[in-house]
Design a protein around this ligand. Structure first.
Ligand SMILES: Nc1ncnc2c1ncn2[C@@H]1O[C@H](COP(=O)(O)OP(=O)(O)OP(=O)(O)O)[C@@H](O)[C@H]1O
Length: 197
């Protein structure tokens, strides 16, 4: 796929195929085009050329949180429950527990810390148990323990047969990934993975 903003070419021929049960990463410097690629994969942006196909439900955790500051955590979950057509919030509550922010359920999003806002942002992307996950800088603002919990969660989703794509400008924890690409000059280049020590 290809995409330019005006005369600035951002994606110059990117092709990606993700099967089930895979955890992959895309890294790249600030401004490399990672968010542009995820916006195209999620349908938020139409590429100048190319097509995107996915089977089953997908979840998208955008880099900019999608929260309404006036609504509480619980109200966010209720709205997304309706939007996703879920019967209950059991899975969302499990995620809230796993990410350790249940105590904020009746707080308005506007008063939450950056890390807690991101936990909610991630929950909203995962609460309908999608088959295919697009996560843009999903651990921004997380403390170390939450960061570890995030990777445990991602690893479990992969083990459940889901496809998980994590985009970040930081290439930590690459041993957790099955494959990793670097987005540079509008092209994806596969990086060699280091075997665990
Ligand atoms: N709506 C837009 N209009 C014009 N240019 C844009 C637009 N969105 C992004 N860009 C430009 O496209 C390039 C890629 O931006 P993008 O946000 O995709 O990069 P990124 O790799 O996600 O960066 P970061 O790591 O900083 O989040 C940048 O040069 C950016 O300034």
């Amino acid at each position: 796929m290809r995409h330019a903003y005006g005369h600035r070419d951002v994606l110059c021929g990117v092709s990606l195929d993700l099967g089930p049960g895979i955890l992959v990463g895309i890294v790249g410097e600030n401004g490399a085009g990672k968010t542009t690629l995820l916006k195209i994969l999620s349908g938020e942006l139409i590429a100048d050329a190319g097509t995107v196909r996915h089977r089953g439900r997908f979840g998208y955790c955008p880099q900019a949180t999608v929260l309404n500051d006036a609504l509480t955590v619980r109200q966010h979950l209720e709205y997304f429950k309706v939007a996703y057509g879920l019967r209950d919030l059991r899975h969302a509550e499990g995620l809230m527990e796993e990410l350790h922010y249940g105590e904020y359920v009746d707080e308005r999003a506007g008063v939450l810390s950056g890390g807690t806002r991101q936990k909610l942002n991630l929950t909203l992307a995962l609460m309908h148990e999608p088959q295919f996950l697009l996560l843009d800088e999903p651990y921004q603002g997380f403390d170390w323990e939450t960061y570890q919990r995030f990777w445990d969660l991602a690893t479990r989703l992969r083990a459940d047969g889901r496809s998980v794509l994590v985009v970040s400008h930081l290439a930590y924890d690459t041993v957790r990934l099955d494959r990793m690409w670097r987005l540079d000059s509008g092209l994806l280049q596969e990086e060699t993975m280091e075997p665990p020590a």
